[in-house]
Ligand binder design. Structure first.
Ligand SMILES: Nc1ncnc2c1ncn2[C@@H]1O[C@H](COP(=O)(O)OP(=O)(O)OP(=O)(O)O)[C@@H](O)[C@H]1O
Length: 361
């Protein structure tokens, strides 16, 4: 664990005032407090944010995509940005890397606007979703090319490339053309290329899409090591297991806003407490099976009855009679369940919770 993580674990989790239950999603504490600080905490105890985004707005033509997004990333943490397709994650990344200019809001890397200040842009290493390396060149040649492009001094290029090849575990394949490498190795070369100029903030857009579990684990281990050495890492993913395994903090983005951020387990606990996620799907149409009275009782207990998918779902604190009541209602005559799931809520639950709030009129 890096020296920052203990502080980070408690820093941006929302307070009790953010607990759900009134049906209202609230914005992230980062929106309330630009540095993610809770009022009771002292500035002296916290590291400086390396990346600070406050109230970011951006539109493609008439389409407003960022609507006041705020986000901080700190040295020595992996921050995972979660959001459904179209939430605005890539647009926010484009703004951070200086490829688009915010129409409104404030964005700094190491205290400077990366669009105005070239050295602030050099604090960032970007690993795009699509591989951006040269297939015909070797890993070592790729690293030196990208190092040169990012302004690494010529006399430092070779040493930097060799050190990075070691770090990405490809010293033994350093002189083969990249096209001969596996997908996971190519990704590692891509990450190496983004690190040549020694950025302080590494941004990865869905870094493990389309690669196998083993290669994914290798990349995760590499990212943890980089984090432990003090790098700030911001990554986007749709893979909730990956997010749960990697993230020191997650930020949940809905409709161009960051709705919540914090350590995954703490955030889930904060929002859902002791509630369990229950879903029972009947193998036959619900209408025929359900007693109206039982159905009403389930709804009153916080369950959703969905005849379209023949399912009863709930995110509820289980009382003694809840499960028998669900089963009795759904499976009264013929006990044919297609699926029964009872589990603790996870990041996917949290994302759905905020996304559903966001999509309500
Ligand atoms: N160049 C563009 N011109 C017009 N609209 C765009 C452009 N790029 C993105 N959009 C729109 O902006 C919205 C946000 O897109 P963005 O790619 O930032 O979302 P995302 O959260 O990264 O989604 P995904 O997870 O699918 O990558 C989407 O509705 C998208 O269609």
């Amino acid at each position: 664990m890096s020296r920052y993580q203990a502080e980070l674990a408690t820093k941006t989790v929302p307070g009790d005032d953010n607990a759900p239950g009134d049906g209202q999603a609230r914005p992230s504490p980062e929106r309330r407090s630009p540095h993610g600080r809770q009022p009771s905490q002292t500035a002296a105890a916290l590291p400086e944010a390396l990346l600070h985004v406050e109230d970011a707005h951006y539109a493609y033509g008439s389409r407003q995509v960022l609507r006041g997004a705020s986000l901080d990333a700190y040295p020595g943490e992996i921050l995972v940005l979660l959001g459904r397709n179209g939430a605005g994650k890539s647009t926010l990344v484009k703004a951070i890397t200086g490829r688009i200019a915010l129409s409104d809001g404030h964005l700094t890397v190491s205290g400077q606007d990366p669009r105005q200040t070239p050295w602030a842009r050099r604090e960032i290493g970007l690993v795009p979703q699509q591989l951006a390396i040269y297939d015909k060149l070797t890993p070592r040649e790729n690293l030196t090319v990208f190092g040169r492009l990012m302004g690494v001094a010529p006399d430092k290029l070779n040493n930097a490339a060799d050190a990075l090849l070691e770090r990405i575990g490809l010293s033994a394949r350093a002189h083969e053309p990249v096209r001969a490498l596996s997908g996971g190795m190519k990704r590692r070369v891509n990450i190496g290329a983004a690190l040549m100029h020694e950025p302080k903030l590494l941004i990865l857009d869905e870094p493990t899409v389309g690669i196998d579990t083993r290669a994914r684990e290798d990349i995760s281990d590499m990212l943890r090591q980089l984090r432990d050495e003090g790098l700030a890492i911001l990554l986007t993913t749709h893979d909730m297991e990956e997010a749960e395994a990697l993230a020191d903090r997650v930020a949940i983005m809905v409709d161009g806003q960051v709705m919540a951020s914090g350590a995954p387990a703490a955030l889930v606990r904060e929002y859902f407490g002791a509630r369990m996620e229950i879903s029972v799907t009947a193998a036959r149409p619900l209408d025929a099976a359900m007693e109206a009275e039982e159905c009403a009782a389930l709804r009153a207990a916080g369950f959703t009855v969905d005849p379209r998918s023949n399912a009863v779902r709930g995110l509820v604190e289980l009382s003694g009679d809840d499960l028998p009541r669900v089963f009795r209602t759904l499976l009264a005559d013929k006990p044919e369940a297609q699926e029964i799931r009872v589990r603790r809520p996870g990041l996917d639950t949290l994302l759905n919770y905020f996304a559903d709030q966001g999509s309500q009129p």
